[in-house]
Ligand binder design. Structure first.
Ligand code: BTN
Length: 248
């Protein structure tokens, strides 16, 4: 089996952001497949320029990858990481997980995990860092997050050994990245099976505008096919999509 990760998994008790730390490691010559996880982040980075709350109890892990010669293939790395994270949480913690398009993991109706894929240039090469943050042993969230976030421990009542979950996640990431680069149809099938946005009313949020729509399915390139209230069909590639309770 092809493996991307050949080096051991690195650990930091605390770092600013594992995505930034991986970037520094790449600047110092780290190889593709390098994985770093941290017990805490002081400046966790989220999608769309937001911060990502990263207290003790969560798993904050990043993997370094080379950019592919076909940039559209790299767009599939984030959904691949979502499938990998769902598999790891299920195997290690016994908690079934869904994916909220494009790449949040959800369980018990709330967000369990976020994924941030960033690209950068170092040592004369183009790189990608896949960063995954999972709420694992967190016992409670600040009021502004409690409505939307949940941890594995809150849902299962059990504590998870973070090194074990990190090891499993790195292995699943490895496998999912290889499948994604090979266009393995089984990966897409699994993403579709896990995607809870399909068949639901959604809100498309972009540039301060919010539009209702109905999610019809996930296309072969992992974009979301939606039907707008006037019957128009649109494929959404980027941006934010939240779930609504009613249909469009
Ligand atoms: C999001 O939901 O907005 C994405 C959050 C991604 C968080 C992870 S934690 C590990 C890695 N390091 C970061 O600074 N961010 C990602």
């Amino acid at each position: 089996m092809v493996k991307i990760r050949k080096a051991p998994i690195l650990f930091a008790e605390e770092t600013d952001s594992t995505n930034l730390a991986i970037r520094r490691l790449a600047e110092q010559g780290a190889a593709e497949g390098t994985v770093l996880w941290a017990a805490r982040q002081t400046a966790g980075r989220g999608r769309l320029g937001r911060s990502f709350s990263s207290p003790e109890g969560g798993l904050y892990l990043s993997m370094l990858l080379r950019q592919s010669a076909e940039p559209e293939k790299d767009l599939r790395l984030t959904p691949a990481a979502a499938v990998a994270a769902a598999r790891a949480v299920e195997r290690c913690c016994g908690l079934p997980c869904s994916v909220k398009w494009p790449n949040d993991l959800a369980a018990g109706g709330k967000k369990l995990c976020g994924i941030l894929c960033e690209s950068f240039y170092a040592q004369g090469k183009h790189w990608i860092v896949l960063g995954i943050g999972i709420n694992v042993n967190t016992l409670s969230f600040p009021p502004e997050l409690a409505e939307i976030a949940v941890s594995v421990r809150q849902l299962t009542g059990r504590e998870t050994a973070l090194p074990e979950l990190a090891e499993m996640l790195a292995g699943e990431l490895d496998a999912a990245v290889v499948s994604s680069r090979r266009d393995d149809p089984a990966l897409l099938d699994e993403y579709r099976r896990r995607c809870l946005s399909i068949g639901r009313g959604v809100l498309l949020l972009r540039e301060g505008e919010s539009r209702p729509a109905f999610a019809l399915g996930v296309n072969g390139d992992y974009s979301l096919r939606v039907r707008l209230p006037d019957g128009t069909i649109e494929d959404v590639r980027f941006g934010e999509v939240t779930l609504r309770n009613s249909e469009a």
